[in-house]
Write a protein of this length. Structure first.
Length: 400
């Protein structure tokens, strides 16, 4: 008998999402009866606002929503996204420049597919969201990490980007506010990076999924607002998941030049067709309805942000820069490595995360998931009581 043909080498090389893996392990331990507190998932603990749910319920009574609709999205939703893009990103776009996707993750995937050719180098500021390098690889691109540590507030400079640029560089990933660090580039920093990309004809894929979650008066200025001439070489990716507590609804979008959107639309027409119509109707309500609950959720995140940073920095050997966006803290834990805790001596943040889970029953994501070792990501998008209790467990572990 002839041996079966092999699996796809490209897909076999793709790693499982580290954040989802840690979250799944934490949930399995919780199901087994262990009192694990998880900081792993980037998912708001709030319920989707009721007016959005009501819009979805109403949509269920309209048979038109049970049929195929345009693969690129409902016209009414694309119009709402265009209005949001002008309001929050300072960019006037026609709805024809928008594709509605199955969550922001699909828009990230399609953005790389649209502008990356085999062998192209993609500058990837690190720490980075765990999906980016895999999506680049799926487009046959080469991720080139550009690392900025806690001493730089995890923000890369033009000088670093220029040092990493080669004649194969075609794309830059720009994320502000950042997952995993919560860092927000200033308007001046954003402008400098955008002007550099324009000067060298480099595509920008700008992930703006957290743009409405900023604190202390910070503003996540869009790179196309900071540098309007960058719009012709920029794809914005966004969605309703984080701002509106709609992670499970799976509605995202991409905005860009018409030629890039055209090729991405062709891909989506074969890949998935239209996003669930009921979820699209809910997203219309989210973008066009009252924003009071969004403000309340942001205020709760801000309170938790201040708490987690303050408490983490009470641990000797931990340095947590002040995150001004998203809902993550990203402490530098190199001061804890190489020391003995509960009879174990972790030398990497991966080993440290395992120790914390086993000894303190707290789930965190190690820095290896986002770039170099020596860091942890903690999402503070969980209840206030669990947030405080988990950090206190870590404080007890590292003062024992």
């Amino acid at each position: 008998m002839t041996e079966r043909a092999p699996l796809s080498r490209k897909l076999s090389a793709i790693a499982e999402s580290a954040t989802l893996k840690v979250d799944a392990k934490a949930k399995a331990l919780q199901a087994a009866g262990r009192p694990v507190i998880s900081y792993a998932a980037g998912e708001p603990d709030f319920s989707t606002p009721q007016f959005i749910v009501d819009a979805a319920a109403e949509a269920l009574h309209n048979p038109a929503n049970f049929r195929y609709t345009p693969a690129v999205g409902l016209p009414v939703l694309r119009e709402a996204i265009a209005a949001k893009t002008l309001r929050d990103s300072g960019l006037k776009v026609d709805p024809s420049q928008i594709i509605v996707t199955n969550g922001g993750k699909q828009s990230v995937y399609q953005a790389f597919q649209a502008v990356v050719n085999p062998g192209d180098e993609v500058l990837l500021p690190a720490p980075y969201w765990t999906t980016y390098p895999e999506a680049i690889a799926l487009a046959d691109g080469v991720p080139v990490e550009v690392f900025a540590g806690a001493d730089q507030d995890y923000k890369v400079t033009v000088a670093q980007l220029e040092a990493a640029r080669t004649d194969k560089t075609t794309v830059l990933v720009f994320v502000s506010p950042s997952n995993p660090t919560g860092s927000v580039y200033t308007p001046e920093e954003t402008r400098a990076i955008g002007q550099w990309a324009v000067e060298h004809g480099i595509w920008i894929i700008s992930d703006e999924i957290y743009q409405n979650l900023v604190y202390e008066g910070a503003r996540a200025m869009s790179i196309v607002e900071a540098v309007p001439e960058a719009a012709n070489q920029t794809i914005l990716v966004n969605g309703v998941a984080k701002t509106y507590a709609m992670t499970g609804w799976r509605v995202g979008w991409m905005v860009g030049p018409k030629d890039a959107i055209k090729v991405a639309a062709n891909l989506q027409s074969h890949l998935s067709s239209n996003v669930n119509n009921v979820a699209q109707r809910a997203a219309v309500a989210a973008l066009t309805g009252p924003q009071d609950e969004v403000k309340q959720m942001r205020e709760a995140f801000d309170r938790r942000r201040q708490l987690i940073v303050s408490e983490l920095n009470k641990i000797d050997g931990v340095h947590t820069p002040n995150p001004l966006g998203a809902f993550y803290a990203y402490p530098d834990v190199t001061g804890l490595l190489g020391k003995s805790w509960a009879g174990k001596t972790p030398t990497t943040s991966l080993e440290l995360a395992d120790l914390i889970l086993e000894e303190a029953e707290v789930a965190v994501v190690p820095g290896e998931a986002f770039g170099p070792s020596g860091y942890l990501r903690l999402s503070y998008a969980l209840g206030d009581d669990g947030l405080r209790e988990g950090i206190q467990r870590m404080q007890r572990l590292f003062t024992a």
